[in-house]
Design a protein around this ligand. Structure first.
Ligand code: NIG
Ligand code: FE
Length: 408
């Protein structure tokens, strides 16, 4: 057992509702605070001196200078296992080329599939670990990672096995998701429903057998999978025991309905969601995940996070870090920019990157600094927590704690 502190401010995010809008006055901020950690778990949060007096012999981990502490962040949507890069797609998009033209000239998701298939396992593991390191340094200690650049049995399993291997090399929590339904690969001879059936019969049983992922994702979009075939697929994946998450309403509205109907844990993107469906999301337990990194990467509009929160939805914010639409990876910068354009309070942004995102991953043991939660937190060398978002990601995290211990 040890007492960590003193912190100028401990922003606990305790006692906040899971859904709906939040004002900054609702934030619990303990000044001159401390955190007692025992066995990877937070035991108590309170005034540093009071905690010290309660237990005069407690080991103290003294912090230097003025620091504030927040729950560590959760990135609930990434595609950070991939080979190659798509800098040329970015340049072509900015030069006015359409998605179709880019795909035809060798870019798009299919080009990442080829690079990922051709990459050695060592190379994929090394670059995945580099990206995990980048995220951890931002204060993100829980990271969802999707497959989806393999798109056949051998290569989807290769990706998921590498993600599993990466888990052995990092103290961050990785949450793998099977996204074999990212796109029907060009070399699959058959229809969309036949490819979805191939995933159900050839890929998912092996994913289960090897315990490689407990979540299944699909990209529902005109250029990928259609609503009805997707719904049938997701219901069957659910029957196999998988949790569901969906790439929904990115360019075309309608698929968030499917996510809700199949009881998905989250519907992610939602840039094109119509008002009626915002209401449906608000009445559901499906987390609405904004991906500002994709809006910034593509020059598209942002997810209507303000409307979703006002309607009462559970709103998370994730990076979508991938080689195509969201190459930046800096969730703090992206969330801060989303806040500016969508007029989100600091409380709403922090909740969206912590306990609300954790809920989307079924990890309700984290994202709040209170007794009983996993002792993952992030400190910043500043005297005011508002500076973290105000500086749009340029104030670097000072210490990242996982299970109560600093990550070097
Ligand atoms: O979330 N929308 C589909 N999938 C990814 C993009 C993947 C890629 O372009 O490689 C996304 O934006
Ligand atoms: Fe994505």
């Amino acid at each position: 057992m040890k007492l960590i502190g003193p912190f100028k401010q401990v922003v606990t995010l305790a006692n906040l509702p899971l859904r709906g809008k939040l004002s900054d006055e609702q934030l619990e901020i303990i000044t001159d605070g401390g955190i007692v950690v025992d066995n990877n778990t937070i035991q108590k949060v309170g005034n540093f001196e009071a905690l010290k007096n309660e237990n005069p012999t407690i080991e103290i981990e003294q912090l230097d200078g003025e620091q504030i502490v927040l729950p560590a962040f959760v990135d609930s949507h990434t595609h950070i296992c991939f080979g190659g890069n798509r800098a040329n797609d970015f340049a072509m998009r900015n030069a006015g080329k359409t998605y179709l033209e880019i795909a035809e000239s060798g870019g798009g998701i299919w080009s990442s599939v080829q690079h990922t298939r051709n990459a050695s396992e060592d190379e994929l593991l090394r670059t995945l670990l580099e990206r995990i390191h980048f995220l951890v340094e931002l204060g993100i200690t829980t990271i969802e990672v999707k497959s989806g650049y393999g798109l056949d049995v051998q290569n989807e399993l290769k990706m998921l096995r590498i993600i599993k291997k990466a888990q052995q090399e990092t103290r961050a929590t990785l949450v793998p998701t099977c996204l074999s339904a990212h796109l029907k690969p060009r070399d699959f001879e058959g229809s969309n429903p036949e490819y979805l059936d191939y995933i159900l019969t050839q890929i998912l049983p092996k994913v289960k057998e090897e315990n490689l992922a407990s979540r299944v994702d699909i990209f529902i979009e005109k250029s990928a999978f259609q609503p009805e075939e997707s719904k049938a697929f997701l219901l069957k994946a659910k029957d196999l025991g998988f949790e569901i998450t969906v790439h929904a309403d990115q360019f075309t509205p309608g698929s968030s309905r499917i996510a809700i109907e199949v009881g998905a844990k989250s519907a992610d993107h939602l840039e094109a969601t119509i008002d009626e469906d915002i209401q449906f999301l608000a009445e559901s337990n499906t987390v609405a995940t904004a991906l500002p990194g994709a809006s910034l990467g593509l020059g598209e509009k942002f997810t209507p996070a303000r409307k979703l929160l006002d309607a009462g939805a559970i709103v998370a914010i994730a990076s979508d870090w991938n080689p195509g639409s969201a190459p930046m990876g800096n969730l703090i910068t992206q969330a801060s920019i989303l806040a500016t354009f969508q007029k989100l309070t600091t409380a709403e942004v922090l909740a969206g990157m912590t306990f609300r995102a954790a809920f989307a991953l079924n990890l309700e043991d984290r994202g709040i600094l209170e007794a009983g939660k996993k002792a993952d937190f992030v400190t910043f060398k500043t005297n005011n927590f508002q500076n973290v978002l105000y500086n749009q990601g340029s104030v670097k995290a000072e210490h990242i704690y996982i299970d109560g211990n600093i990550v070097d």
